[in-house]
Design a protein around this ligand. Structure first.
Ligand SMILES: [Ca+2]
Length: 441
Protein backbone atom coordinates (compact mmCIF):
# COMPACT_ATOMS: atom_id res chain seq x y z
CA UNK A 1 0.00 0.00 0.00
CA UNK A 2 2.74 2.33 1.05
CA UNK A 3 4.88 1.47 -1.94
CA UNK A 4 2.27 2.30 -4.49
CA UNK A 5 1.72 5.64 -2.93
CA UNK A 6 5.32 6.62 -2.52
CA UNK A 7 6.72 5.52 -5.81
CA UNK A 8 8.18 8.11 -8.08
CA UNK A 9 10.59 7.44 -10.89
CA UNK A 10 12.51 10.37 -12.28
CA UNK A 11 14.52 8.80 -14.99
CA UNK A 12 12.50 7.75 -17.91
CA UNK A 13 14.42 9.34 -20.76
CA UNK A 14 16.76 6.51 -21.74
CA UNK A 15 15.27 3.34 -20.43
CA UNK A 16 16.29 1.67 -17.21
CA UNK A 17 20.03 2.21 -17.57
CA UNK A 18 21.76 4.36 -14.97
CA UNK A 19 20.69 5.47 -11.57
CA UNK A 20 17.04 5.91 -10.92
CA UNK A 21 15.72 8.23 -8.24
CA UNK A 22 12.70 7.61 -6.03
CA UNK A 23 11.01 9.86 -3.48
CA UNK A 24 8.54 9.19 -0.72
CA UNK A 25 5.15 10.79 -0.81
CA UNK A 26 5.21 11.70 2.88
CA UNK A 27 7.91 13.17 5.10
CA UNK A 28 9.75 11.01 7.56
CA UNK A 29 12.65 11.41 9.97
CA UNK A 30 16.13 10.69 8.62
CA UNK A 31 16.46 7.17 10.06
CA UNK A 32 13.06 6.17 8.83
CA UNK A 33 13.77 7.70 5.43
CA UNK A 34 16.91 5.67 5.12
CA UNK A 35 15.20 2.48 6.18
CA UNK A 36 12.47 3.10 3.62
CA UNK A 37 15.03 3.65 0.85
CA UNK A 38 16.99 0.57 1.75
CA UNK A 39 13.89 -1.55 1.87
CA UNK A 40 12.56 -0.45 -1.48
CA UNK A 41 15.57 0.75 -3.46
CA UNK A 42 19.24 0.99 -2.66
CA UNK A 43 19.76 3.74 -0.10
CA UNK A 44 19.40 7.45 0.47
CA UNK A 45 20.83 9.19 -2.55
CA UNK A 46 24.55 9.51 -3.17
CA UNK A 47 25.26 12.59 -5.27
CA UNK A 48 28.48 12.11 -7.11
CA UNK A 49 28.81 15.34 -9.02
CA UNK A 50 27.59 18.87 -9.26
CA UNK A 51 25.96 17.88 -12.53
CA UNK A 52 23.95 15.22 -10.76
CA UNK A 53 23.09 17.67 -8.01
CA UNK A 54 21.77 20.12 -10.58
CA UNK A 55 19.85 17.39 -12.33
CA UNK A 56 18.05 16.51 -9.10
CA UNK A 57 17.27 20.12 -8.33
CA UNK A 58 15.76 20.50 -11.76
CA UNK A 59 13.86 17.23 -11.79
CA UNK A 60 12.43 16.84 -8.31
CA UNK A 61 9.11 18.38 -7.38
CA UNK A 62 9.11 21.14 -4.82
CA UNK A 63 8.47 20.05 -1.23
CA UNK A 64 8.07 22.46 1.61
CA UNK A 65 10.01 20.27 4.00
CA UNK A 66 12.84 19.60 1.46
CA UNK A 67 14.60 16.24 0.97
CA UNK A 68 16.80 14.05 3.07
CA UNK A 69 19.94 13.00 1.22
CA UNK A 70 22.40 10.28 2.23
CA UNK A 71 24.97 12.30 4.16
CA UNK A 72 25.43 12.06 7.91
CA UNK A 73 28.14 12.71 10.46
CA UNK A 74 29.96 9.54 11.33
CA UNK A 75 31.23 8.62 14.80
CA UNK A 76 34.11 11.03 14.32
CA UNK A 77 31.81 13.86 13.38
CA UNK A 78 32.90 13.76 9.75
CA UNK A 79 30.36 14.06 6.95
CA UNK A 80 30.02 10.70 5.27
CA UNK A 81 27.99 9.18 2.43
CA UNK A 82 26.10 6.48 4.30
CA UNK A 83 25.45 4.31 1.23
CA UNK A 84 29.12 3.95 0.38
CA UNK A 85 30.73 4.85 3.72
CA UNK A 86 32.88 7.33 1.79
CA UNK A 87 33.83 10.64 3.29
CA UNK A 88 32.34 13.73 1.68
CA UNK A 89 35.04 15.49 -0.26
CA UNK A 90 35.30 19.23 -0.15
CA UNK A 91 34.94 19.66 -3.92
CA UNK A 92 31.83 17.45 -3.97
CA UNK A 93 29.89 19.46 -1.42
CA UNK A 94 27.09 21.89 -2.14
CA UNK A 95 26.62 23.57 1.22
CA UNK A 96 24.35 26.60 1.36
CA UNK A 97 25.84 29.85 2.54
CA UNK A 98 26.97 29.66 6.17
CA UNK A 99 26.18 25.98 6.31
CA UNK A 100 26.82 23.56 7.85
CA UNK A 101 26.34 25.52 11.06
CA UNK A 102 25.35 22.71 13.43
CA UNK A 103 22.64 24.83 14.92
CA UNK A 104 22.09 24.11 18.59
CA UNK A 105 24.74 21.44 18.26
CA UNK A 106 22.01 19.23 16.96
CA UNK A 107 22.44 19.03 13.19
CA UNK A 108 23.94 15.67 12.13
CA UNK A 109 21.86 15.03 8.97
CA UNK A 110 21.69 16.81 5.63
CA UNK A 111 18.77 18.13 3.64
CA UNK A 112 18.73 19.42 0.09
CA UNK A 113 16.83 22.48 -0.97
CA UNK A 114 14.90 21.94 -4.16
CA UNK A 115 13.34 24.69 -6.23
CA UNK A 116 13.74 27.25 -3.49
CA UNK A 117 14.04 30.92 -4.18
CA UNK A 118 17.29 31.16 -2.30
CA UNK A 119 19.95 28.53 -2.17
CA UNK A 120 18.13 26.10 -4.41
CA UNK A 121 20.02 22.85 -4.89
CA UNK A 122 22.15 23.59 -1.84
CA UNK A 123 22.61 21.54 1.27
CA UNK A 124 21.95 22.30 4.91
CA UNK A 125 22.77 20.37 8.05
CA UNK A 126 19.69 19.73 10.06
CA UNK A 127 18.25 17.84 12.99
CA UNK A 128 17.80 14.20 12.09
CA UNK A 129 14.56 14.09 14.01
CA UNK A 130 12.78 16.39 11.61
CA UNK A 131 10.63 14.86 8.88
CA UNK A 132 11.47 15.37 5.24
CA UNK A 133 10.84 13.66 1.94
CA UNK A 134 13.14 10.68 1.43
CA UNK A 135 15.25 10.92 -1.72
CA UNK A 136 16.35 7.39 -2.67
CA UNK A 137 18.38 6.03 -5.53
CA UNK A 138 18.68 2.68 -7.16
CA UNK A 139 21.54 1.46 -9.28
CA UNK A 140 21.00 -0.13 -12.64
CA UNK A 141 24.23 -2.03 -12.68
CA UNK A 142 23.74 -5.72 -11.97
CA UNK A 143 26.50 -8.22 -11.31
CA UNK A 144 26.29 -9.41 -14.90
CA UNK A 145 25.62 -6.01 -16.50
CA UNK A 146 28.94 -6.18 -18.28
CA UNK A 147 28.82 -9.91 -19.00
CA UNK A 148 30.97 -10.44 -15.95
CA UNK A 149 33.86 -9.11 -18.00
CA UNK A 150 33.97 -5.49 -16.95
CA UNK A 151 33.05 -2.89 -14.39
CA UNK A 152 29.61 -1.32 -14.64
CA UNK A 153 29.80 2.39 -14.07
CA UNK A 154 26.62 4.23 -13.19
CA UNK A 155 25.81 7.69 -14.49
CA UNK A 156 22.64 9.74 -14.62
CA UNK A 157 20.31 7.88 -16.92
CA UNK A 158 23.01 5.61 -18.14
CA UNK A 159 25.43 2.92 -17.28
CA UNK A 160 28.67 2.23 -18.96
CA UNK A 161 30.85 -0.81 -19.03
CA UNK A 162 34.54 -0.43 -18.44
CA UNK A 163 35.66 -3.70 -19.92
CA UNK A 164 38.40 -5.81 -18.46
CA UNK A 165 41.47 -6.26 -20.64
CA UNK A 166 40.72 -8.52 -23.55
CA UNK A 167 36.99 -7.72 -23.72
CA UNK A 168 35.11 -5.12 -25.67
CA UNK A 169 31.65 -4.18 -26.81
CA UNK A 170 28.91 -2.19 -25.08
CA UNK A 171 28.38 -4.98 -22.58
CA UNK A 172 31.89 -6.40 -22.81
CA UNK A 173 30.26 -9.22 -24.63
CA UNK A 174 33.07 -9.62 -27.16
CA UNK A 175 36.51 -10.98 -26.58
CA UNK A 176 39.69 -10.27 -28.50
CA UNK A 177 41.47 -13.11 -30.23
CA UNK A 178 44.91 -14.14 -31.30
CA UNK A 179 46.18 -15.41 -34.59
CA UNK A 180 45.29 -18.99 -35.24
CA UNK A 181 47.99 -21.50 -34.42
CA UNK A 182 48.27 -25.07 -35.58
CA UNK A 183 50.28 -28.03 -34.48
CA UNK A 184 54.00 -27.89 -35.13
CA UNK A 185 55.54 -30.14 -37.72
CA UNK A 186 56.11 -33.53 -36.06
CA UNK A 187 54.11 -32.33 -33.07
CA UNK A 188 50.70 -31.77 -31.66
CA UNK A 189 48.69 -29.02 -29.98
CA UNK A 190 45.97 -29.01 -27.38
CA UNK A 191 44.10 -25.83 -26.55
CA UNK A 192 41.81 -24.96 -23.69
CA UNK A 193 39.08 -23.94 -24.02
CA UNK A 194 39.03 -26.10 -27.11
CA UNK A 195 36.59 -23.84 -28.95
CA UNK A 196 39.22 -23.30 -31.58
CA UNK A 197 38.69 -19.56 -31.86
CA UNK A 198 41.95 -18.73 -30.06
CA UNK A 199 40.32 -15.98 -28.03
CA UNK A 200 41.83 -14.12 -25.11
CA UNK A 201 42.62 -16.53 -22.30
CA UNK A 202 43.03 -19.51 -24.55
CA UNK A 203 45.91 -21.67 -23.43
CA UNK A 204 47.60 -23.99 -25.88
CA UNK A 205 49.98 -26.77 -24.95
CA UNK A 206 52.39 -28.38 -27.36
CA UNK A 207 54.16 -31.69 -27.62
CA UNK A 208 56.32 -33.52 -30.11
CA UNK A 209 56.33 -36.95 -31.62
CA UNK A 210 58.80 -39.54 -30.46
CA UNK A 211 62.31 -38.61 -31.45
CA UNK A 212 61.54 -34.90 -31.57
CA UNK A 213 61.97 -32.29 -28.90
CA UNK A 214 60.17 -29.03 -28.30
CA UNK A 215 62.11 -25.83 -28.92
CA UNK A 216 60.37 -22.89 -27.31
CA UNK A 217 57.54 -22.53 -24.85
CA UNK A 218 55.54 -25.63 -24.08
CA UNK A 219 52.52 -23.54 -23.14
CA UNK A 220 51.38 -20.23 -24.63
CA UNK A 221 48.42 -18.02 -23.79
CA UNK A 222 46.45 -15.58 -25.88
CA UNK A 223 46.89 -12.23 -24.15
CA UNK A 224 44.58 -9.23 -23.98
CA UNK A 225 46.92 -7.53 -26.43
CA UNK A 226 45.78 -10.00 -29.09
CA UNK A 227 49.16 -11.64 -29.12
CA UNK A 228 50.38 -14.97 -27.90
CA UNK A 229 52.51 -14.89 -24.78
CA UNK A 230 55.31 -16.49 -26.80
CA UNK A 231 56.06 -17.60 -30.30
CA UNK A 232 54.56 -21.06 -30.85
CA UNK A 233 57.28 -23.67 -30.41
CA UNK A 234 58.61 -26.05 -33.01
CA UNK A 235 59.67 -29.66 -32.89
CA UNK A 236 63.27 -30.49 -33.72
CA UNK A 237 64.61 -33.94 -34.28
CA UNK A 238 66.56 -35.20 -31.30
CA UNK A 239 70.33 -35.14 -31.78
CA UNK A 240 72.78 -37.78 -30.67
CA UNK A 241 76.44 -37.17 -29.96
CA UNK A 242 78.47 -37.14 -33.14
CA UNK A 243 80.42 -40.37 -33.58
CA UNK A 244 83.89 -40.68 -35.02
CA UNK A 245 85.76 -43.26 -36.94
CA UNK A 246 87.63 -45.48 -34.48
CA UNK A 247 91.43 -45.53 -34.58
CA UNK A 248 92.42 -48.38 -36.90
CA UNK A 249 88.87 -48.52 -38.20
CA UNK A 250 86.16 -46.86 -40.21
CA UNK A 251 82.59 -45.66 -39.76
CA UNK A 252 79.68 -45.55 -42.14
CA UNK A 253 76.44 -43.86 -41.14
CA UNK A 254 73.03 -43.38 -42.67
CA UNK A 255 71.07 -40.30 -41.59
CA UNK A 256 67.40 -40.63 -42.56
CA UNK A 257 66.36 -37.43 -40.77
CA UNK A 258 69.39 -35.32 -39.96
CA UNK A 259 73.08 -35.75 -39.23
CA UNK A 260 73.60 -37.85 -36.12
CA UNK A 261 70.00 -37.55 -35.06
CA UNK A 262 67.14 -39.86 -34.18
CA UNK A 263 67.18 -42.99 -36.44
CA UNK A 264 70.78 -42.43 -37.60
CA UNK A 265 72.51 -45.79 -37.90
CA UNK A 266 76.28 -46.23 -37.93
CA UNK A 267 78.31 -49.28 -38.87
CA UNK A 268 81.88 -49.76 -37.75
CA UNK A 269 84.69 -51.80 -39.18
CA UNK A 270 88.28 -52.37 -38.11
CA UNK A 271 91.43 -52.60 -40.17
CA UNK A 272 93.09 -55.94 -40.64
CA UNK A 273 94.75 -57.14 -37.46
CA UNK A 274 92.22 -55.30 -35.34
CA UNK A 275 88.87 -56.26 -34.03
CA UNK A 276 85.92 -54.33 -32.63
CA UNK A 277 85.24 -54.01 -28.97
CA UNK A 278 81.47 -53.93 -28.48
CA UNK A 279 78.80 -53.73 -31.12
CA UNK A 280 79.55 -53.05 -34.75
CA UNK A 281 76.32 -51.11 -35.22
CA UNK A 282 74.90 -48.18 -33.23
CA UNK A 283 71.47 -46.61 -33.48
CA UNK A 284 70.47 -43.13 -32.30
CA UNK A 285 67.40 -43.51 -30.09
CA UNK A 286 64.45 -41.16 -29.51
CA UNK A 287 66.00 -39.69 -26.38
CA UNK A 288 69.27 -38.67 -28.04
CA UNK A 289 71.23 -41.63 -26.75
CA UNK A 290 73.14 -44.20 -28.75
CA UNK A 291 72.21 -47.73 -27.92
CA UNK A 292 75.82 -48.52 -27.04
CA UNK A 293 79.22 -46.98 -26.52
CA UNK A 294 81.49 -45.78 -29.28
CA UNK A 295 83.22 -48.91 -30.61
CA UNK A 296 87.01 -49.18 -30.58
CA UNK A 297 89.33 -51.26 -32.66
CA UNK A 298 91.81 -53.26 -30.71
CA UNK A 299 94.68 -55.32 -31.99
CA UNK A 300 93.76 -58.93 -32.24
CA UNK A 301 95.81 -62.11 -32.31
CA UNK A 302 95.87 -63.79 -35.68
CA UNK A 303 97.04 -67.34 -36.31
CA UNK A 304 100.43 -66.11 -37.54
CA UNK A 305 100.79 -63.13 -35.17
CA UNK A 306 103.82 -64.73 -33.54
CA UNK A 307 105.18 -66.46 -36.66
CA UNK A 308 103.97 -69.72 -35.27
CA UNK A 309 106.84 -69.55 -32.78
CA UNK A 310 105.09 -68.16 -29.73
CA UNK A 311 101.89 -67.49 -27.93
CA UNK A 312 99.94 -64.34 -28.80
CA UNK A 313 98.54 -62.47 -25.80
CA UNK A 314 95.93 -59.73 -26.32
CA UNK A 315 96.00 -56.53 -24.30
CA UNK A 316 94.18 -53.19 -24.72
CA UNK A 317 94.90 -52.04 -28.26
CA UNK A 318 97.97 -54.18 -28.55
CA UNK A 319 99.10 -57.76 -28.74
CA UNK A 320 102.21 -59.31 -27.35
CA UNK A 321 104.09 -62.43 -28.32
CA UNK A 322 105.41 -64.77 -25.70
CA UNK A 323 108.05 -66.50 -27.84
CA UNK A 324 108.85 -70.16 -27.62
CA UNK A 325 112.41 -71.05 -26.44
CA UNK A 326 114.92 -70.19 -29.10
CA UNK A 327 112.85 -67.45 -30.72
CA UNK A 328 112.71 -63.73 -30.11
CA UNK A 329 111.57 -60.50 -31.68
CA UNK A 330 108.24 -58.69 -31.58
CA UNK A 331 106.62 -61.39 -33.63
CA UNK A 332 109.06 -64.16 -32.64
CA UNK A 333 110.36 -63.79 -36.14
CA UNK A 334 114.01 -64.26 -35.13
CA UNK A 335 115.71 -67.36 -34.01
CA UNK A 336 118.77 -67.71 -31.83
CA UNK A 337 121.88 -69.31 -33.31
CA UNK A 338 124.94 -71.25 -32.26
CA UNK A 339 128.54 -70.67 -33.08
CA UNK A 340 129.45 -71.70 -36.57
CA UNK A 341 130.98 -75.09 -36.82
CA UNK A 342 133.03 -76.50 -39.72
CA UNK A 343 134.03 -79.93 -40.73
CA UNK A 344 136.63 -81.55 -38.60
CA UNK A 345 140.06 -82.01 -39.99
CA UNK A 346 140.00 -85.20 -42.04
CA UNK A 347 136.27 -85.32 -41.68
CA UNK A 348 133.06 -84.04 -42.99
CA UNK A 349 129.91 -82.45 -41.70
CA UNK A 350 126.35 -82.25 -42.86
CA UNK A 351 123.73 -80.10 -41.16
CA UNK A 352 119.98 -80.00 -41.27
CA UNK A 353 118.07 -76.96 -40.15
CA UNK A 354 114.79 -75.31 -40.55
CA UNK A 355 115.49 -71.64 -39.92
CA UNK A 356 119.01 -70.67 -40.83
CA UNK A 357 122.57 -71.68 -40.70
CA UNK A 358 123.53 -72.89 -37.29
CA UNK A 359 120.29 -71.60 -35.86
CA UNK A 360 118.32 -73.12 -33.05
CA UNK A 361 117.28 -76.60 -34.06
CA UNK A 362 120.11 -77.17 -36.50
CA UNK A 363 121.39 -80.69 -36.32
CA UNK A 364 124.83 -81.47 -37.60
CA UNK A 365 126.22 -84.94 -38.31
CA UNK A 366 129.88 -85.67 -38.64
CA UNK A 367 131.91 -88.29 -40.36
CA UNK A 368 135.65 -88.98 -40.96
CA UNK A 369 137.66 -89.99 -43.97
CA UNK A 370 138.90 -93.47 -44.33
CA UNK A 371 141.60 -94.17 -41.88
CA UNK A 372 140.17 -91.83 -39.34
CA UNK A 373 137.72 -92.35 -36.63
CA UNK A 374 135.30 -89.93 -34.97
CA UNK A 375 136.08 -88.88 -31.42
CA UNK A 376 133.07 -87.27 -29.78
CA UNK A 377 129.42 -86.99 -30.64
CA UNK A 378 128.47 -87.96 -34.12
CA UNK A 379 125.47 -85.66 -33.98
CA UNK A 380 125.12 -82.31 -32.24
CA UNK A 381 122.17 -79.90 -32.06
CA UNK A 382 122.04 -76.15 -31.66
CA UNK A 383 120.00 -75.57 -28.48
CA UNK A 384 117.75 -72.69 -27.45
CA UNK A 385 120.53 -71.64 -25.13
CA UNK A 386 122.63 -70.81 -28.18
CA UNK A 387 125.00 -73.63 -27.48
CA UNK A 388 125.65 -76.86 -29.22
CA UNK A 389 124.44 -79.90 -27.42
CA UNK A 390 128.03 -81.15 -27.39
CA UNK A 391 131.47 -80.11 -28.45
CA UNK A 392 131.92 -80.80 -32.19
CA UNK A 393 133.85 -84.10 -32.63
CA UNK A 394 137.23 -84.53 -34.26
CA UNK A 395 138.72 -87.16 -36.52
CA UNK A 396 141.67 -89.10 -35.37
CA UNK A 397 143.80 -91.51 -37.42
CA UNK A 398 143.36 -95.22 -36.86
CA UNK A 399 146.42 -96.94 -35.52
CA UNK A 400 148.43 -97.92 -38.68
CA UNK A 401 147.48 -101.51 -39.64
CA UNK A 402 150.30 -104.09 -40.59
CA UNK A 403 150.19 -105.50 -44.08
CA UNK A 404 148.53 -108.82 -43.48
CA UNK A 405 148.61 -111.83 -45.77
CA UNK A 406 146.15 -114.49 -45.20
CA UNK A 407 146.69 -117.77 -46.91
CA UNK A 408 143.93 -120.08 -47.04
CA UNK A 409 144.67 -123.46 -48.39
CA UNK A 410 141.83 -125.37 -49.59
CA UNK A 411 141.55 -129.05 -49.27
CA UNK A 412 142.50 -131.26 -51.98
CA UNK A 413 139.99 -132.32 -54.37
CA UNK A 414 139.55 -129.25 -56.43
CA UNK A 415 143.18 -128.85 -56.79
CA UNK A 416 142.65 -125.14 -56.55
CA UNK A 417 144.33 -123.01 -54.08
CA UNK A 418 142.92 -119.60 -53.56
CA UNK A 419 144.86 -116.85 -52.08
CA UNK A 420 143.24 -113.72 -50.99
CA UNK A 421 145.22 -110.88 -50.04
CA UNK A 422 143.49 -107.99 -48.62
CA UNK A 423 145.36 -104.87 -48.42
CA UNK A 424 143.94 -102.06 -46.38
CA UNK A 425 144.82 -98.96 -48.18
CA UNK A 426 145.03 -96.71 -45.27
CA UNK A 427 146.42 -93.74 -47.02
CA UNK A 428 143.82 -93.26 -49.53
CA UNK A 429 142.04 -89.94 -49.14
CA UNK A 430 138.69 -88.98 -50.19
CA UNK A 431 138.19 -85.38 -51.25
CA UNK A 432 134.44 -85.17 -51.58
CA UNK A 433 133.32 -84.31 -48.00
CA UNK A 434 135.63 -81.45 -47.35
CA UNK A 435 132.84 -78.80 -47.34
CA UNK A 436 130.03 -78.54 -44.85
CA UNK A 437 126.90 -79.65 -46.45
CA UNK A 438 123.50 -78.39 -45.33
CA UNK A 439 120.25 -79.97 -46.07
CA UNK A 440 117.51 -77.58 -45.42
CA UNK A 441 114.32 -79.20 -44.50
CA1 LIG B 1 22.03 24.17 9.47
Amino acid sequence: MFLSLCYFVLTTLTGVDGWTYHISSKPMIWEEARRWCKTNYADLVVIRSHEENAYLNNSLPERDENYWIGIRKNNNNIWTWVATDELLLENESNWATNEPNNYNNNEACVEMYVKRLHGTGKWNDYSCQRSKTALCYKASCEPDSCSGKGKCVEAINSTKCECSPGYYGEWCESVVGCEEVGHPSQGFISCSPPSGNFSYGTECKFGCEEGYQLVGSKVIQCTAEREWSAVPPRCEVVQCRELESPVHGSIHCTHPLSNFSYTTECDFQCAEGFKLISSSKLLCGPCGQWNGSQPECTASCEPDSCSGKGKCVEAINSTKCECSPGYYGERCESVVGCEEVGHPSQGFISCYNSSGNFSYGTECKFGCEEGYQLVGSKVIQCTAEREWSAVPPRCEAHPKPALRTEVVAAAAGGGTVCLYITIWLSRRRRKMWKATVFFNT
